[in-house]
Design a protein around this ligand. Structure first.
Ligand code: MF3
Ligand code: CO
Ligand code: CO
Length: 295
């Protein structure tokens, strides 16, 4: 029986879709089988699937991120200044042989994002003092042995009021529901739809300008992972994809503005905003968090 490779002329377009001649591309490189998923996802989308050694390394970075968030949580109390959180995150990261990814990233001046109340994300640690009843998101990204893990949580400062409780509960549930859509065969749109449909049914809104992202080899890889969308749309999820889900949920309207510091994103209407983020691996049967915590 003739093998399939022999059916393609040497000068014909390569069946892999590269646009090059077969002889300059895949001829002799394989047995004519369809290219594997890693090749296909790289070529079609630029997505770099992770192998088991990569996944183990991202999970080690993830453990450090979670330990860091635990340290932060034990420090948080009324009277704390947001720059104190930066100091802790910076020193703990360095002392564990890692690098804080935010520092000098596109000009970001600190080692962690700290976002209080109406701040949606990318708050720059500084002299703001935490008050009883505030909510504060702390977003930690560590580079360990060259691998990135990215996670955040929103904490209560002292005793939260009903609005603070509501938005933190809903933001956490949005991440949980987004993760529940992660399995091979589902799409990025399924994740977004799960999040958006729940948030809006609760009378809250989903921020559009910031999205989840591929992560692991770099801070922000493709694909983008919107927290809104329609079922069945977008890229199909396949094992080895690693990306964040990090819905930013507003108690009021979805619109935002960025302050003069060029980073701090706040709700236009001044309403509370909360966020939870984990770094997620697509497995053969579903998903596994590489920065796991209870939601
Ligand atoms: N950690 C954020 C994210 O989840 C990105 C922060 S970029 C920074 O993608 F420069 F502000 F740190
Ligand atoms: Co992220
Ligand atoms: Co983050």
């Amino acid at each position: 029986m003739k093998t399939s490779t022999e059916k393609v002329g040497r000068n014909a377009p390569c069946p892999c879709g590269s646009g090059r001649k077969y002889k300059k591309c895949c001829l002799g490189k394989n047995n004519g089988d369809p290219p594997d998923l890693a090749e296909t996802y790289l070529r079609k989308y630029g997505i770099r699937l992770k192998k088991s050694n990569d996944i183990e390394a991202i999970a080690r970075a993830g453990r450090l991120v979670l330990d860091t968030l635990d340290r932060v949580e034990s420090l948080i109390a009324p009277g704390l200044v947001t720059d104190d959180i930066n100091t802790l995150v910076h020193e703990y990261t360095i002392n564990n042989g890692a690098v804080p990814a935010p520092l000098n990233y596109r000009g970001f001046p600190k080692s962690v994002c700290v976002s209080v109340n109406e701040v949606i994300c990318h708050g720059i640690p500084g002299n703001r003092t935490l008050s009883d009843g505030d909510i504060v998101n702390v977003d930690v990204t560590s580079i360990l042995d060259g691998y990135y893990a990215d996670a955040n949580k929103t904490f209560f400062v002292g005793n939260p009021g009903p609005d603070a409780r509501k938005i933190v509960r809903i933001a956490g549930e949005c991440l949980r529901r987004g993760m529940s859509a992660v399995k091979p065969g589902n799409t990025l749109g399924d994740i977004g739809w799960n999040i958006q449909s729940y948030a809006e049914a609760q009378g809250c809104s989903v921020v559009r300008e910031f999205v989840g992202h591929g992560v692991g080899f770099d801070f922000h890889e493709v694909p983008q992972v919107p927290h809104f969308g329609r079922q069945g749309t977008g890229i199909a999820l396949v094992p080895g994809m690693v990306f964040t889900i990090e819905p930013m949920i507003n108690l009021g309207q979805k619109e935002l503005k960025v302050l003069d510091d060029q980073w701090t994103a706040v709700t236009r209407d001044g309403s509370l905003s909360a966020q939870f983020e984990q770094t997620i691996l697509v497995t053969e049967t579903g998903c596994q968090s590489l920065t796991p915590y209870d939601l």
